[in-house]
Design a protein around this ligand. Structure first.
Ligand SMILES: O=C(O)[C@H](O)[C@@H](O)[C@H](O)[C@H](O)COP(=O)(O)O
Length: 268
């Protein structure tokens, strides 16, 4: 049960939790509900994951009741960002998700779309975009009504203390990528340096985007990403997450929410 659910006038819905345990339960409920709605409407559920603490916080999906009630065979899995390392490397976001989630529920292996780790970051990004393009053609992934971008049913993002989301880092040229759906970088400030990432247009075309953030160390970035602040902050990657027609939800714990300006919210 969310400690409080409030709506920011233009930064989406905030679900602020007393503990990580509550946050994890609420996150599992939210994902299960979106999966059910999407399977009902489209017959499939396309979901893009990130790395970091997010996967651990999704852990309740492997437990009752979700492990039995979610229609796992209808899930199509993608990564909003991935490190260009072997799939069995400890830095791999695929490995993190496989060990923590995908190996514990009956997902169909051919529905798991990870990157080609045997090529350069540049090639991996363009191959990944090609794979997504094929799935857009068959409507396993929807298409945006307002751009030619894929419209994932759900994109899950974590956020770093510097305000990065996916592998979109502050002041990095990847933030300016407007024509590709997936791009690459070889100089990530957070190791490892070689990564692929969804671009802002791809993220902002999703039906639903959830940003999951825990811990007081990220409270300043949360404040800069959500509250009305002075000129420079619009460049914070997390603040540039602004779904065009989709819904934005922030899953926060008390620590992460501790610097938010309460005046900007109203009860949902
Ligand atoms: O591959 C990555 O590095 C991640 O996708 C990255 O964007 C992550 O989500 C944030 O850095 C938050 O990570 P934490 O939740 O572990 O702080």
């Amino acid at each position: 049960m969310a400690l409080s659910e409030v709506v920011h006038k233009d930064r989406g819905k905030l679900r602020i939790h007393e503990s990580l345990d509550e946050l994890s339960t609420d996150l599992a409920d939210y994902i299960a509900e979106l999966s059910e709605a999407s399977v009902k409407e489209r017959g499939v559920f396309s979901i893009a994951l990130s790395g970091g603490s997010l996967i651990g916080l999704m852990g309740k999906l492997c437990e009752a009741p979700y492990n039995r009630t979610v229609d796992w065979a209808k899930w199509y899995i993608f990564w909003a960002d991935e490190r260009v390392v072997a799939k069995n490397h400890t830095d791999s976001n695929y490995k993190l998700a496989k060990d923590g989630l995908l190996s514990k529920v009956p997902i169909i292996p051919s529905h798991v779309h990870s990157i080609n780790d045997a090529v350069s970051a540049e090639e991996a990004a363009s191959e990944y975009e090609f794979v997504i393009r094929q799935l857009v053609k068959t409507r396993m992934v929807s298409v945006s009504e307002v751009s030619d971008c894929p419209k994932f049913d759900l994109i899950l993002l974590g956020m770093g203390p510097d305000g990065h989301v996916a592998s979109l880092f502050p002041n990095h040229a990847v933030l300016n990528e407007k024509s590709e759906w997936v791009t690459f970088l070889t100089d990530s400030p957070k190791p490892p340096p070689e990564r692929i990432t969804f671009t802002l247009p791809a993220i902002n075309s999703a039906s639903n985007v959830a940003v999951v953030v825990a811990g007081e160390a990220k409270s300043e970035a949360v404040h800069l990403a959500i509250d009305d602040v002075e000129p420079d902050c619009p460049k914070l990657p997390a603040r540039m997450v602004q779904p065009t027609t989709g819904k934005l939800v922030w899953f926060l714990d008390k620590g992460a929410a501790s610097k938010l300006d309460g005046d900007q919210f109203y009860k949902s």
